[in-house]
Structure formats: C-alpha cells, structure tokens
Design a protein around this ligand. Structure first.
Ligand SMILES: [Cu+2]
Length: 326
C-alpha cells in the first residue's frame, strides 16, 4: 500500500488540476454564460442532468475500484474460478427503482422548464427579424428593410422574434448564450426567440452539416443601445453591405484579401473589375454539380447588393497584376 500512495496522491492532484479547466465557462464541460432567459432555463436543465450523471459516475467508479481491490486474485491460480455470487433481492430492487426515479425527476423538471424555453416573455412589440441560412453565411433582414450578413444587431432588452428560413439546404441557427438551436429548413418556416439582457457580442455557428464550409458558417449577435441599433439599421448596414458580403460570403473560401484559400486566388482576376463577368459568376456559381464547387451565392441578392459588392471588390480586393489562379 505504501508503494502505491505517491501514485494515488498524484492521480488525485491531477484530477483536481484538470477539474478547474473542465469547469471553466468556455471550452469546458459547462455551457457558456447565458445572456437570454431561454438560455438560462436550458442551463438549469443541463446542471440537473450533470448533477445526476456526475454522482452516478463517482458512485460507479469508486465501487469499481473498491471491488477490484476487495475481490482481487490473492495469488489464486489462474485456472481456478473465484467465488460465484448471485441473487440479492433488495439490491436488485434498489438499482431498478433508483434509475426510474431519477429519470422521472429529470423528465418532470424538463417539462417544468420547457414553457420558459419555448415561449418568449410577453412583449407589446417584439422585434421581428428574418434569418436566412445560405451556403455558407447567415443573412439578417430587419423590419425597416435593412439587411446584414454574419452579424445580427439588436437593441439590449428587446424581445427578438426570429423567423428562420433556408433557400438551399439544411442549416441550424445556434448562438449558445442566447438559447437553443433551431433548424433552417428549405420550404419551411421556423421560429425562435431571444432577449439579450445585457450589451455584448455573442458568437455561434451553423450547427447542421451543410457542405464543405459548414465549419466556417459563423454568426454573431451584437446587442447594443437602442440608439446604436437605430443608427446601425438606418445607416451603417446599408453603407457597409458590400464589405459585409465580401467578408461574410466571398472571403470564407477565397481568403480575407482574395489571395486564395479553399477557393482560388482571385485578387488579380479581371473578373473583379468587370461587372458583367462578376455578375455571371456569383449568380450561377461554377461547375455546381461538383461537390465543394462555388455555389451561386448571389442567386437571391438585390441589384443594390450586387452593386455594393462589385464596388467593394474593385476598390479593396482587386490588385491588377497579382497572380491569379481563377
Ligand atoms: Cu450551414
């Protein structure tokens, strides 16, 4: 026993040292700090389930260690069978009734929390936002007709009603700090909501495998003052749409400066300076039957959006004379 003590102490210390990392809010076992009431209630459920599973884990593992020690071979020859033990009615009843009880408690608690996760707090005038998932970007439409790509701006404290759609394939909207996932399904309209309780920027990403660039399909929600929100949707969203489209749509594959990534280097391509050629390629895509080919990203853009992108790439991305692979 004395020989084993140092390794036992080491194991316990190691467990304690890693427990802190595991318990940290991000990158650990626990959800991110919630910023919306629905996310708060989801977290309550999470912790109840975590409590039971942690207790069961500790119970089972410690019994395992105790039994391994207590019923070890003690030098018995390998061919000789150990003592055969069976039948213990009370124990068997306990480990049948216990799990039933635990599952009933979890189910009851989930049903108790569900209405608060599902339904938004009553608000006289919730903010209506339409979200569209596209390969490989998120698009947001505001009540005044403004549109943004990649980042959704909302006023702090507003109940936000989200209408979630997809014109191409399945996607899944998910900002963990602001509630659960909701599928974006072609031909169907889904709804969810959130209410950002404090100013901040929360990130998430598409939670449904939707193609080669699924992992790059990030989204963010920026909660700001009512004044900053109004300024954004009245002025900024419109003025920056060209850059938003470049960064949110094109740069995903072609790199921030268009120097290539998954997609070819387009920084020197004359296509960027020619409106009609650019229009053709973003509207129809390239070789779309091939998996991972360029999708027709602009299929549903307005003329103003295409014009803004064309002006942006010509000014900021196009570098005549740079080597071009496409
Ligand atoms: Cu997606």
């Amino acid at each position: 026993m004395r020989r084993k003590l140092p390794s036992l102490v080491l194991a316990v210390l190691l467990a304690l040292a890693t427990a802190r990392v595991a318990g940290a809010a991000n990158g650990g076992f626990t959800p991110v700090a919630p910023a919306s009431p629905n996310a708060v209630h989801i977290q309550h459920v999470y912790y109840l389930v975590l409590g039971f599973t942690a207790a069961i884990f500790v119970l089972v593992e410690s019994l395992l260690v105790v039994f391994v020690w207590k019923y070890r071979g003690r030098g018995r020859a390998r061919a000789v069978e150990g003592a055969q033990i069976h039948g213990h009615t009370r124990l068997e009843l306990m480990w049948t009734a216990g799990p039933v009880l635990i599952l009933a408690i979890i189910a009851a608690f989930v049903f108790y929390q569900l209405p608060n996760i599902d339904s938004a707090p009553a608000a006289t005038d919730p903010l209506q936002i339409t979200i569209e998932g596209h390969q490989y970007y998120w698009q947001f439409d505001y009540p005044n007709g403004a549109r943004s790509i990649g980042t959704l701006h909302v006023p702090v404290g507003a109940v936000v009603d989200l209408t979630v759609k997809s014109p191409d394939v399945l996607h899944s909207w998910w900002i963990p700090a602001l509630g659960g996932k909701i599928q974006a399904i072609p031909g169907r309209i889904n709804h969810t909501w959130f209410q950002a309780k404090r100013p901040g920027n929360w990130e998430g990403q598409c939670a449904q495998l939707c193609g080669v660039f699924h992992a790059s399909m990030r989204a963010a929600v920026q909660a700001e003052s009512q004044q900053a929100y109004r300024h954004y949707i009245d002025t900024v969203a419109h003025e920056t749409i060209g850059g938003q489209i470049w960064n949110g749509v094109c740069a995903t594959c072609h790199g921030n400066l268009g120097r290539g990534g998954y997609g070819p280097d387009i920084s020197g391509s004359p296509l960027l300076a020619s409106r009609s050629s650019l229009r053709g390629i973003v509207h129809t895509g390239v070789d779309t039957s091939r998996p991972g080919a360029m999708p027709p990203v602009a299929r549903l853009w307005t003329k103003a959006e295409f014009d803004a992108l064309a002006a942006y790439v010509k000014k900021h991305i196009y570098k005549p004379g740079a080597t071009s692979g496409g």
